[in-house]
Design a protein around this ligand. Structure first.
Ligand code: TXA
Ligand code: MG
Length: 307
């Protein structure tokens, strides 16, 4: 039996599997299996108020889950699926409320990874999957990362390192307005560009943007210090943090930064550095392409200094 066949068998047997996607690895279970859904929450130690994204392998499958799929959704799906865009839609009754945390909406996306797509299509089952990490911790972008979270408790379908590296953009559609709940590598400009024919506006949802969008999230076990166009002011921080810092100067290459972000957090943690110092430019704040990355950094940081 190869790895994919083993994963299919586990899903069909009401179990869970760590599934590669192009964003981050997910902890996947059938939406039709209450046992698997409970196991996802228990394994992640995730509170029930944080809804799960449902992953599909076709647009037909997405339509079967939502009651308000419209032309706009078709345009978005044609442009961005398979890919890192989650669309929140009105849910159909057959979706277990545990998945949606009791909301009447469900987040749906088609991941751009051949193994994920095969797993979904061969089980013929939409898969609920949060990122495969303990609650609030750093999302995994490789098989080794998932193993460091859960040891041998979870079977990991190995799909190599994730291409994108940060979680999908989450949006909802409200009449002629698209609300971005969680920014990602599919940006506001990209969404607006793709919907020119529809006369829609796109904006960021105000805080708290969505259930599960907590202020502190994605945090490694060592503190992250952001330096915006400045050097560290050693008088104003605990000297212990500066004993052996991991220093990363971020360049204006958002694709490469996103791909490395979580792997760097984990590397610094494993090498027992005293802190992670990230040097970056204030100019990035005005770049649409950096929005998702800066969102993750602001949730992961403990301190920042602005020049
Ligand atoms: O890239 C991704 O999205 C990854 C991969 C595995 O697909 N998944 C992921 O899942 O990041 P998770 O559970 O770590 O984050 C899902 C977030 C929730 O915390 C919530 O903010 C939002 O998506 N979400 C899901 N369903 C929602 C809903 N019905 N309404 C509002 N927000 C929702
Ligand atoms: Mg997550």
């Amino acid at each position: 039996m190869n790895e994919l066949e083993r994963a299919i068998k586990l899903i069909k047997n009401d179990d869970i599997v760590a599934m590669p996607t192009e964003t981050v690895y997910g902890l996947a279970g059938s939406i039709y299996s209450p046992r698997a859904i409970h196991k996802i929450f228990a394994t992640k130690e995730r509170p029930f108020f944080d809804p799960l994204i449902v992953h599909v392998s076709s647009i037909e499958m997405a339509k079967d889950l939502s009651s308000d799929w419209n032309e706009l959704c078709s345009a978005l799906a044609e442009k961005f699926w398979p890919g890192p865009l989650t669309i929140v839609l009105k849910k159909k009754d057959h979706i277990n409320e545990l998945i949606t945390s009791g909301l009447d909406s469900v987040g749906i996306r088609m991941p751009n990874h051949p193994l994920a797509l095969e797993l979904i299509s061969k089980t013929n089952c939409p898969l609920a999957a949060p990122s495969a990490n303990k609650f609030k911790k750093v999302s995994p972008t490789s098989k080794a990362h998932v193993i460091s979270e859960f040891g041998n408790d979870v079977f990991v379908l190995d799909g190599d390192d994730c291409e994108i590296g940060i979680e999908s953009t989450v949006i909802s559609i409200q009449k002629n307005n698209i609300l971005i709940y969680r920014p990602g590598m599919i940006t506001k400009d990209m969404l607006e560009d793709s919907l020119k024919a529809f006369n829609v506006k796109c904006s960021y949802a105000s805080s708290p943007v969505a259930p599960g969008q907590l202020e502190h999230h994605y945090m490694p076990s060592i503190p992250i210090i952001l330096l915006w166009d400045c050097e560290i002011d050693s008088n104003s921080i605990d000297p212990k943090l500066l004993i052996s810092p991991y220093i990363w100067g971020i360049e204006n290459n958002p694709t490469a930064v996103a791909r490395q972000l979580y792997a760097r957090f984990r590397e610094a943690q494993e090498l027992c550095h005293s802190s992670i110092i990230i040097k970056l430019s204030k100019e990035f704040k005005d770049l649409d392409s950096f929005h998702g990355i800066l969102n993750r950094l602001s949730k992961a940081k403990s301190l920042e200094f602005i020049g």
